[in-house]
Design a binder for this molecule. Structure first.
Ligand code: SF4
Length: 336
């Protein structure tokens, strides 16, 4: 019997890249198909967006996926949901024309040079992409209710490329979406710069912000190897300030990550230093573990036992100390 599949991001996600729109920022498991995760070209306010076309493309892919024809860029993705083929009326709202998840990725400006950066290829090919004025697009999305908070009150804005806190209009973007009633934000930041706006937002009752800082080291020496900048102290200072602000409202609003990078930071000793620093000195209540993506892809997902043991080790320490814990994308699919 035919199976039915869906992905909520294929239906309602919009990744705003520096030269196009995509359905999401993922395609992790089909790296060679990533460029096919593409909707239309978009290079800034001079390009008028044909939203009818955007949703035609989305609806066709949603239909295909429901019929078991999974787009190549989605193959293997853990966001795909299987649902009951006897109830095809389920998830009909996947065909409704609105966006409820935005990833902001129009710039790759950054104050670090992480060896695992998603933007690494762009940095190599185009150097720094400063990004266009994204405000007219946001205003259009909000005013025309394409980004529709009535249809989906839990709609989500995520900063997904470059270092968001150094964007010149970072505060204005948060303020604009908050003014229209958006309550959910996700921030992937390196933590080198402490943002006053983030400190404020962390204390707000009506805004839910999820912050992820990938520290990846427990020492300055290893940090420099991963980030290629000497900013370990600055990052720790930010983590401590954010953790302090989060504690008052939602202790799990801040997650600190350790991305295991074979031959760089793959020792129990470094993990212990990171763990003790985060939990005993910086006040972090939520830790995340992952594996470096480019290495993972080169290995075709074949992860040696010692790396799995390190991931389990982090989880075990968190469980013992009652620290919230999560495996991230690559580590998550290992089902440890
Ligand atoms: S299935 Fe995965 S890759 Fe495909 S649109 Fe959804 S989140 Fe993106």
């Amino acid at each position: 019997m035919k199976k039915m599949y869906r992905c909520r991001y294929l239906a309602h996600g919009l990744y705003i890249h520096y030269d196009c729109f995509r359905h999401c920022h993922l395609s992790i498991h089909s790296p060679n198909e990533r460029n096919n995760n593409y909707i239309i070209p978009y290079k800034g306010p001079k390009d008028k967006v044909d939203w009818t076309k955007v949703f035609e493309i989305k609806n066709q892919l949603v239909e295909n996926m429901r019929n078991g024809d999974i787009p190549p860029f989605c193959k293997g993705c853990h966001w795909i949901e299987e649902f009951d083929e006897n109830s095809p009326e389920q998830f009909q709202s996947d065909f409704d024309n609105y966006i409820d998840m935005i990833w902001i990725g129009h710039s790759n400006e950054c104050n670090a040079n992480c060896i695992y950066c998603f933007s690494y290829q762009e940095i190599l090919e185009h150097r720094t992409i400063k990004g266009y004025d994204i405000f007219p697009l946001f205003k259009e999305l909000l005013d025309k209710k394409i980004y529709n908070l009535e249809k989906e009150p839990n709609a989500h804005v995520s900063f997904a490329m470059g270092e968001p806190t150094i964007l010149k209009n970072f505060d204005d973007i948060i303020n604009l979406f908050a003014k229209y009633g958006n309550r959910h934000f996700a921030l992937y930041t390196n933590g080198i710069k402490t943002s006053k706006m983030v400190l404020q937002v962390l204390k707000m009752e009506n805004i839910d912000i999820r912050i992820v800082i990938s520290l990846d080291a427990g020492s300055r020496e290893v940090f420099k190897k991963v980030k290629k900048v000497d900013k370990f102290k600055d990052t720790c200072k930010t983590i401590k300030e954010y953790a302090g602000a989060a504690k008052e409202s939602r202790p799990n609003a801040l997650g600190v990550k350790y991305i295991i990078i074979p031959n760089v930071n793959d020792t129990k000793e470094e993990i212990d230093k990171w763990y003790d620093l985060c939990t005993k000195e910086l006040g972090v209540k939520y830790l995340i573990a992952d594996i470096e993506e480019k290495w993972f892809v080169r290995q075709s997902g074949e992860v040696p036992e010692y790396v799995k043991d390190l991931l389990r080790y982090i989880r075990n320490r968190c469980e013992q100390d009652n620290i919230a814990f999560e495996f991230y994308d690559r580590a998550l699919v290992l089902n440890l």
